[in-house]
Design a binder for this molecule. Structure first.
Ligand code: GLA
Length: 741
């Protein structure tokens, strides 16, 4: 890993064994983008890559020079209006109304390590030599403003982390009307953009479109990263597959409004950017003030989407997740939501917990309905004290009793919300996010608390702190069940109203930080009506997240497959729920429900007291299985083998231990087939010359055979008997265990 500056050429070259990222100072002092890709040896100046074309009908900053137009030059952090007409990474409105800026190089710093970002999530190095940082300082002399661009390169990953900071050193206040976390221009546009879009209960559908001239973008203006789009996208070559070809992955470590965009110009260059959505955003920067953007991560591969995912998985696991739970096995849980909804008593909870304990469960989570007068979703958000009608000994008593049973205890909260029917609302009707003189929109019968206000956060902190310090709580599920409308904060002056969305998210991060500071062993699972705020920003605080309210195993195959594109399995909340499923109405075998849920943080969400003896026995076995293989699933290398969206609704994936000695292969067939074709599955990541024993069955094969000839998975439906005990049916699945002998 190295960052080299060649002064005579104005050249910055960040590299590690895998990649190079090259930046060059342009003739006008701005930053040009030269290259991001597989590692290059380098060149003394790369001047020849400064392609300059005399294109007609352009505009040019230099007298008598019609070769230099920013319209046609690959740039790093462009501004609009000085011969570039594409979307800018930065736009600053000045006192005289001008939006024109010109940031030119002033100095740079290169150092080991990586600075934390104030109030924001960010990747970090564990050892001093894990990561190196380049800071490039640019200056706009006229407005005495500095832009600092941060580039960090990791020793072991084909990845660059970027962010930007603006500092107003001048005497006039400025309005930042757009500031992306990163931007760069690619020399061509022969890419497909893959983004992850959907809705409640069908989050992260995979959408693929070939780049076309003009702008293509996804984003959120809902106040949270959203069910609709995820702050993560991929640019892949048309022929890139899971296991071969070039691809770039870009993600934003942020949980609020975002924009992820590619603009293709008429000469087929592509401007790639990600950051806070400039719509509904304007940050007022007084003299002496600074603004720091969230961090963007850029990962790159030549070996297909799967290897890109592995880079994200490794980076997040080692350099984003933090604290006590970072490398610890997550407790296998039972959540009460689909088991009881609002309908429970202490006795019913305790009998569920006892049965769960008998089945090997480690953590009992009491979901919604335990506080205030909460018997439906119309009341009590904001009143974080127990409902003594349901829980006569309160949360303190219940948590003790759950601990006595032998389980950890977890609790659901939705701290950012308020119900009209609540004590908090009666005391503080003005704490809502709402616009003066207008009736605020409701969502799930609730309103959003103004988390940009410290007093509001302080009240909620005190309430949660009282719970955590009085009761024995090991885990919190932190939910957020509606988008933000009527965005306005009563505590801010008019010229700061466009800051509310960002200040809100900073407030959320701040409360997370306060709680984790005081309770460092608390495990927090983030949630937002399922996967409405499942993003890398959240993972910095909550090492697991509920990825969807859809718990149907068959729908989950697609959701989990796609989520794994950018997120590691150890943070993907996945539960076995009852059959027929409460969202999809589909009946699926208990085995298949578990075979899907294993590939995430494992748990259950059904009424254990209603299980048959046989189901209980099976669940006991499932829990034993998960405890045995949890480490392999959460820390192994994950390979997607068959995409259920493309392969006749058959899915397969596998995870291989880092030392290659153990693997789990999972195969799922949605609908049964009669007289189906023979089928083999080409495995990945094994050691070619090592023998593997495959269970079930008593076959032993070399790694090379399993990878290049494939594991035979034909079954009775093919008319060929691989395993006599095998019956096939709809929603069939099977897990193979591979162990080196
Ligand atoms: C959201 C969550 C669910 C559950 C309910 C409770 O929808 O995603 O898992 O916690 O809220 O109201």
């Amino acid at each position: 890993m190295n960052i080299e500056y060649t002064e005579h050429a104005g050249l910055f070259h960040l590299s590690n064994n895998a990649v190079s990222y090259i930046i060059k100072l342009l003739e006008n002092g701005q930053l040009g983008h030269v290259y991001f890709g597989r590692r290059l040896m380098g060149h003394p100046d790369f001047n020849h890559r400064n392609e300059r074309m005399h294109r007609t009908i352009s505009t040019y900053p230099f007298e008598n020079d019609t070769s230099f137009s920013l319209e046609h030059i690959l740039q790093e952090f462009p501004a609009y209006g000085t011969s570039d007409f594409r979307m800018p990474a930065l736009e600053i409105q000045q006192e005289n109304g001008s939006l024109i800026t010109s940031f030119v190089y002033s100095r740079h710093r290169i150092y080991q390590g990586k600075p934390a970002l104030p109030q924001l999530p960010a990747t970090y190095g564990n050892e001093p030599d894990d990561v190196m940082t380049l800071e490039i300082h640019l200056e706009d002399e006229l407005i005495q403003t500095e832009a600092v661009l941060y580039y960090s390169i990791f020793r072991n990953y084909a990845a660059i982390a970027r962010s930007a900071k603006i500092i107003n050193h001048g005497t006039q206040p400025l309005n930042l009307t757009a500031i992306m976390s990163m931007s760069f221009d690619l020399p061509d546009s022969d890419y497909e953009m893959v983004h992850f879009s959907g809705a409640w209960a069908r989050e992260r559908g995979k959408v693929l479109r070939h780049l076309a001239p003009g702008i293509q973008s996804v984003g959120s203006l809902r106040g949270h990263s959203s069910h609709q789009h995820n702050p993560f996208f991929i640019l892949k070559r048309p022929f890139t597959t899971e296991h071969s070809g070039e691809a770039l992955g870009i993600s934003l470590l942020y949980s609020g409004n975002f924009l992820a965009q590619v603009e293709v110009d008429p000469h087929c260059t592509s401007r790639v950017m990600i950051g806070i959505h400039p719509a509904q955003f304007c940050w007022h920067l007084k003299p002496g003030e600074a603004f720091q953007t969230p961090e963007a991560l850029l990962c790159i591969t030549e070996n297909g989407l799967n290897s890109l995912s592995q880079t994200f998985h490794g980076l997040y696991r080692n350099h984003l997740l933090r604290g006590y739970w970072k490398h610890r096995a997550k407790p296998i849980l039972l959540n009460s939501w689909e088991a009881a909804y609002f309908n429970f008593t202490e006795a019913s909870i305790l009998s569920m917990a006892k049965t769960a304990y008998d089945c090997g469960i480690e953590l009992f989570v009491l979901d919604d309905g335990w506080f205030g007068n909460r018997n439906n979703d119309k009341t009590s958000l904001g009143d974080w004290f127990p409902n003594y009608n349901k829980l006569p000994d309160g949360i303190r008593g219940l948590s003790k009793k759950i601990h006595e049973i032998g389980l950890l205890f977890g609790l659901w909260i939705e701290p950012e919300m308020i119900s009209r029917e609540s004590e908090l609302f009666h005391k503080h009707p003005d704490w809502l996010i709402q616009t003066p003189g207008r009736t605020p929109c409701h969502g799930r019968n609730q309103y959003v608390l103004d988390f940009s206000r410290e007093e509001v956060r302080e009240n909620i902190f005190r309430q949660i702190d009282a719970l955590l310090s009085n009761a024995e709580i090991d885990y919190l599920k932190w939910d957020m069940n509606r988008s933000i409308t009527d965005c306005f904060s009563a505590s801010l002056p008019s010229f700061r109203q466009q800051e509310v969305f960002h200040r809100y998210i900073l407030g959320v991060y701040n409360l997370y930080e306060q709680l984790l500071d005081k309770y460092p062993r608390l495990l927090i699972e983030s949630c937002s009506g399922g996967g409405g705020r499942f993003d890398p920003g959240m993972l910095y605080y909550a090492p697991q997240g509920w990825i969807s309210d859809n718990t149907d195993a068959i729908d989950r195959l697609v959701i989990q497959y796609n989520t794994s594109m950018g997120y590691p399995l150890c943070c993907m909340g996945s539960h076995v729920s009852s059959s027929p499923n409460h969202q999809a109405g589909r009946a699926t075998p208990l085995d298949t429900r578990a075979n899907v849920a294993y590939f995430g943080t494992f748990g259950y969400e059904l009424d254990f007291t209603k299980l048959t003896d046989l189901e209980r026995k099976k669940i006991r076995e499932q829990v034993v299985f998960m405890k045995k293989y949890q480490n392999l699933i959460h820390t192994g290398l994950f390979y997607r083998l068959l995409d259920p969206q493309e392969n006749n609704r058959i899915a397969a994936w596998m995870t291989v231990s880092e030392d290659g000695t153990q693997a789990l292969v999972a195969y799922y067939r949605m609908l049964n087939e009669v007289n189906a074709p023979y089928r083999t599955l080409k495995l990945c990541g094994l050691e070619e010359k090592k023998l593997y024993r495959i269970t079930p069955g008593n076959l032993t094969c070399y790694g090379d055979e399993l990878m290049y000839a494939g594991l035979i998975i034909s079954d009775n439906s093919c008319g060929r008997v691989f395993d006599n005990s095998l019956k096939t049916y709809d929603f069939y699945s099977k897990i193979f265990i591979l162990e080196q002998v």
